[in-house]
Ligand binder design. Structure first.
Ligand code: ATP
Length: 222
């Protein structure tokens, strides 16, 4: 566990009624780190993020965020009839400073789309709006849920490049929640693999990508 972690999860247990969704899970994300959480459908990834966002209460253990967490949700969840800029402002809801200018500086494409309806954009452009909306909250860490879902490889690599820049040049801490382990391992320095509510393996992405067991299970080879 890192002492200056922006996210610290330890021995987390979450239940939905009689069903256990997370069984003693620990994870940390340090300031300025980009960390992946990988695992199949139903592994408990959304439950972990929901616990960090305080939507779900732990049965035991804890999930702490130091500072502010902003979530880029699976499926983007934009207001299609609103303009891009209005969608961005929603990310700063309840804050005094709702100026989108700093976000346009980081993601300049958004400035070009600012007046367009979100629904009129491509999937990749919408994903960029969802990232921009998260940044509007001036977060200390962003949790990006299924960045790659439903998007073409070229679009995914463009978005990945933006996240990498955000992380390396702005020091934004990122928790990347992905079913696409190959992308996650390429982008992040460390990764955690969750299966059926348990953390089965974690380590540097380089090591994990080289591990036969992980490769066989998650990279379609080995
Ligand atoms: P996905 O990628 O499909 O979102 P996930 O890894 O995010 O999967 P979770 O959605 O966290 O997994 O689900 C973990 C487990 O908890 C699953 O077995 C799921 O069926 C169960 N679960 C999730 N939400 C609830 C709920 N509200 N009530 C009961 N069971 C739930």
């Amino acid at each position: 566990p890192r002492e200056h972690g922006v996210i610290e999860v330890s021995d987390l247990v979450v239940r939905y009624g009689a069903a256990t969704a997370l069984q003693g899970v620990s994870l940390s994300v340090g300031a300025g780190e980009m960390v992946a959480l990988v695992g199949p459908n139903g592994a408990g990834k959304s439950t972990l993020v929901d616990t960090l966002s305080r939507v779900v209460r732990p049965a035991s253990g804890h999930a702490r965020v130091k500072g502010r967490l902003a979530h880029v949700p699976e499926g983007r969840q934009l207001f299609g009839e609103l303009s891009v800029e209005d969608n961005l402002r929603i990310g700063a809801w309840g804050q005094r400073d709702r100026d989108p200018e700093p976000v346009y500086e980081v993601l300049p494409d958004l400035r070009d789309f600012a007046r367009r309806k979100a629904a009129a954009l491509s999937g990749g452009q919408q994903q960029m709006v969802a990232i921009g909306r998260a940044l509007m909250a001036r977060p200390d860490v962003i949790a990006v849920d299924e960045l790659s879902l439903g998007l073409a490889p070229k679009v995914v690599s463009d978005l990945a490049a933006h996240l990498r820049t955000l992380n390396s040049e702005r020091g934004m801490a990122v928790l990347l929640i992905e079913q696409n382990a190959r992308l996650a391992f390429e982008l992040c320095s460390r990764a955690y693999v969750l299966e059926a509510g348990r953390m089965v393996v974690s380590g540097s992405c380089e090591e994990l990508a080289r591990s036969n067991e992980v490769a066989r299970a998650y990279l379609g080879g080995g």
